[in-house]
Design a protein around this ligand. Structure first.
Ligand code: T3D
Length: 263
């Protein structure tokens, strides 16, 4: 499959997935979803990939579902948006959560609707200073989807999540950092370079430990303290069985930088 609605580049251990419909602020179409499915297959199958970077082409990150695919022309059966979530958005978001490597989202402009919640699905989210986040759904009579009602209150608390969802006000990148919704923001002209450097740093880290860290931290959202301690014990056993653990300890004792291989 040739990609047009997205771009996929794999180099230096980093897969960079760029949403590529800049004239429509990278709104999701069925074709884009099809290409994203294929891209995720390729990323998972490529053992050289140790970090995923997601960004948008042009002035936006992603404006959510392309609403021209949801025109309600008389006589045309209504799209079943539940089916669209089941078939497109939810598997993609579950795939990102389960991906055994860090996912960095570099939000280069407006992130609205499902585009906002895709941005928040990154394990580490960075943004350009002029970027913004909008839970735009209420403006068109929908509820936040693509994980928004799960992730947002956990990141920023119920009060902010509820107001963001009901009022659909723009949250600036700086405000998002202040709220703990994202990790950092950078000057717009530095974002691509900073995000790439971050993804490369992660790609050179102990990938197994990264994958297990993300598993543990997300599991903590629904675990008790006791369950979480048990999970840490189990996952730490797995991490300690990796050659990267041996390398990390050897490098420390030999006073040299570790050379992690991701195994
Ligand atoms: O249906 C299902 O499958 C269920 C899943 C739903 C998930 C969802 O994401 S629902 C939410 C859908 N998204 C929206 O409602 C956002 C609509 N867009 C906007 O509100 C604004 O565009 C923004 C606030 C994001 C940005 O505003 P602004 O002023 O910076 O840009 P603009 O001029 O509105 O947009 C630029 C172009 O992109 C424009 O096209 P044109 O006129 O130049 O040819 C605009 O129509 C197009 N565009 C932006 N968002 C969408 C879009 N076209 C189609 N669908 C969009 N979502």
């Amino acid at each position: 499959m040739n990609f047009t609605a997205i771009l996929l580049d794999i180099s230096e251990g980093v897969a960079t997935l760029t949403l590529n419909r800049p004239d429509k602020l990278n709104a999701f179409t069925s074709q884009m979803h099809e290409e994203l499915r294929e891209a995720m297959k390729r990323i998972k199958a490529d053992a050289s990939v140790r970090a995923l970077l997601i960004t948008g082409a042009g002035r936006g990150f992603c404006a959510g579902q392309d609403l021209s695919e949801r025109m309600m022309d008389p006589g045309v059966p209504k799209a079943d948006v539940g089916d669209s979530l089941d078939k497109n958005y939810n598997p993609f978001l579950k795939g990102l959560r389960a991906l055994p490597m860090p996912v960095v989202c570099a939000v280069n402009g407006v992130a609205a609707g499902a585009g906002c919640n895709l941005a928040l699905a990154g394990d580490i989210v960075v943004a350009g200073r002029s970027a913004s986040f909008i839970q735009v759904f209420s403006r068109i009579g929908l509820i936040p989807d693509a994980g928004g009602t799960y992730v947002l209150p956990r990141l920023v608390g119920t009060a902010r999540a509820m107001a963001a969802a009901m009022l659909a006000e723009k949250v600036s990148a700086e405000q998002a950092v202040e709220w703990g919704m994202i990790w950092k923001c950078f000057d717009d002209d530095k974002l691509a370079q900073e995000a790439r450097a971050l993804a490369k740093q992660l790609a050179g880290s102990a990938t197994k430990a990264m994958a297990l860290t993300k598993k543990a931290i997300y599991a903590s959202w629904s675990n008790s303290f006791e369950q979480q301690l048990d999970l840490e014990r189990d996952l730490q056993r797995e991490a300690a069985a990796s050659s990267d653990f041996r390398e990390g300890v050897a490098a420390f004792n030999e006073k040299r930088p570790a050379k992690f291989t991701g195994r």
